[in-house]
Write a protein that binds this ligand. Structure first.
Ligand code: AMP
Ligand code: MG
Length: 414
């Protein structure tokens, strides 16, 4: 590649730092029922008002005993029962046992539950078929607060709720969840060549695929999406839509119109409305990218090529929206070394995010092969991939057998 074509390109890390340094989290919060809180970011710590479990209970179906009673006799008559939700009541006479079920309250004085499989029913009561030395004090008893203790902070402010958190919060009896308002993200596609789905293509036209990808990612990133459709390459219409988007949303995302040739055109409109940087990133695909501020919102201008649009959404817009949404625990996808099992074409100059398919071989090592066509418009390479193969800026062609770094797709792409 011509050296000059890569001069002045901004490394992706620098672009990300600049972008993040300009964004502050939304401050509005509201309260939501737990059933609707998935994907929201906590506006406050969640502290448990109770112990979980709230009482010591049995981990098994069986018999509650006092070990000292068993030392006298291995057969004990049944004094009563403790079932889940219906605890044993009354006096527990010495030298007796209590039938107990999983989750049932442990009777006062009980120091072990013997599982049903180790007992037989006889005329004289329950015979325990075990070696007493094997009965450990507190066997099969789940103590009070075993999972969560009263007052404990179980989830911190800034955490984004996952399906794994919902039953945990429910177990604490909490239904009103304080959450940060989801940022509103308006988006539209630009281009005279774009056709909406459901209409036949005319000569020179293509379907607007970016808008669909952008919408799902905005939502996967924990934001609310506002679809403003396809906007033709017409300065007056574009300006009108930018103004409308800026009024309605915290962030405005466009695709197309930021590459050389088109940038000047969009640039004039945006320069009039706000402060926007038109960047040339040192990544491939995804070189042209615009970022800045409109009067009321942030602006991200994605490249039009579909793979570039999704990649820049993933690499740059995702962490930015996480910060905006108050999601302080967001993690950058981890890099893992893998052995290349195919060649990867590359020229030095930009960091490549090639699409790859990784697997784990019999020795437990990561291997990765190319998805084939790495063109920035060839979206099938994204669809069949399960990772990015991140090839360093100055690296050239990669031969099979070399080690490369891969980034497994995070949950937003599944
Ligand atoms: P641009 O960034 O506007 O110069 O567009 C670069 C390439 O991406 C061109 O081939 C466009 O036709 C294509 N493109 C732009 N927007 C979209 C879109 N919304 N969906 C699919 N392809 C697009
Ligand atoms: Mg265009």
């Amino acid at each position: 590649m011509d050296c000059c074509a890569t001069q002045g390109l901004i490394p992706v890390e620098t672009a990300l730092e600049t972008l993040l340094s300009q964004v502050s989290p939304v401050s509005n919060t509201h309260s939501l029922a737990l059933a609707n809180a998935i994907g929201f970011v906590l506006a406050e710590d969640i502290r448990s008002p109770i112990n979980v479990p709230p009482f010591a209970n049995s981990a098994m179906d069986g018999y509650a005993v006092r070990i000292a009673d068993l030392e006298q006799s291995i057969t004990l008559p049944v004094a009563g029962k403790s079932f889940a939700g219906i605890p044993f009541e009354g006096e527990w006479q010495p030298q007796t046992t209590i039938r107990i079920m999983t989750g049932a309250k442990i009777p006062e004085g009980c120091d072990a539950v013997i599982m049903q499989e180790l007992t037989t029913e006889t005329d004289a009561g329950i015979t325990f078929e075990l070696n007493l030395a094997d009965v450990k004090p507190q066997a099969n008893i789940r103590p009070i607060g075993d999972d969560v203790s009263q007052g404990q902070t179980v989830l911190a402010k800034g955490h984004r709720l996952t399906p794994r958190d919902i039953p945990l919060i429910a177990s604490l009896g909490i239904n009103d969840i304080p959450v940060v308002d989801k940022p509103k993200v308006a988006f539209f596609s630009t281009g005279d060549e774009l056709k909406p789905l459901g209409q036949p293509l005319e000569d020179g036209q293509i379907y607007d695929s970016n808008r669909y990808g952008i919408k799902v990612l905005i939502e996967r990133f924990g934001c609310e999406s506002i679809d403003l459709g396809i906007i033709p390459d017409c300065p007056e219409t574009l300006k009108e839509v930018f103004l409308k988007a800026d009024k309605e949303a915290d962030v405005v995302i466009t695709s197309g119109g930021v590459s050389v040739g088109e940038a000047d055109y969009t640039k004039d409109i945006l320069d009039e409305l706000g402060q926007i940087g038109f960047w040339k990133l040192a990544i491939k695909p995804g070189k042209p990218f615009a970022f800045g501020q409109l009067p009321n919102s942030y602006f991200c201008g994605l490249p039009g090529n579909p793979v570039s649009a999704m990649l820049t959404m993933y690499v740059l817009v995702q962490p930015m929206l996480a910060k905006l949404a108050g999601h302080t625990k967001w993690e950058t996808p981890k890099s893992i070394p893998a052995k290349a099992t195919s060649t990867f074409k590359k020229h030095p100059g930009r960091t490549d995010y090639q699409r790859g398919i990784y697997s784990i071989n019999e020795q437990g090592q990561f291997e990765v092969s190319t998805t084939g066509n790495q063109g920035s418009g060839a979206f099938s390479s994204m669809s069949i991939a399960n990772c990015f193969v991140v090839l360093e800026r100055e690296r050239g062609r990669v031969e099979a057998g070399e080690t490369v770094n891969i980034e497994l797709f995070n949950a937003s792409l599944y």
